[in-house]
Write a protein that binds this ligand. Structure first.
Ligand code: FES
Length: 118
């Protein structure tokens, strides 16, 4: 069972994240330096199962990343690429949210969309 990190107020100063859920609704969340994107999404009670706990082994944290931030998220590791290669709904802008560690200086304004369930 994953622990649930606390989500601070938007005024916390760690940047903002725009999330489109699977029903097409947008939410604005505070970024939290030091947490993964998966942990931030789960803390906001978005439906991200993260059954592997962030080990890039389940694909249930699959998101589509806005084009403007694709280049700053860092390289895709071999285990992440393997998972992405095996996801039915993968696109060119797919990433695993558990593999993205929030960095306000780079990610402020990041837009992500929860990928459909596999
Ligand atoms: S939490 Fe399992 S792949 Fe991201």
């Amino acid at each position: 069972m994953l622990g649930e990190p606390e989500l601070p107020d938007l005024e916390a100063g760690d940047g903002r994240l725009f999330v489109c859920d699977r029903d097409g609704r947008y939410r604005v969340l505070p970024g939290v330096n030091g947490l993964s994107l998966m942990e931030i999404l789960r803390a906001a009670e978005l439906p991200v199962a993260a059954t592997c706990g962030g080990a890039a082994a389940c694909g249930t944290c699959h998101v589509y990343v806005g084009a403007e931030h694709l280049g700053v998220l860092g390289p895709i590791s071999e285990p992440e690429q393997w998972q992405l290669d095996h996801l039915m709904h993968a696109r060119d802008n797919s990433r695993l949210a558990c593999q993205i560690l929030w960095q306000e200086a780079l990610f402020d304004g990041l837009t992500v969309e929860l990928a459909p369930l596999e």
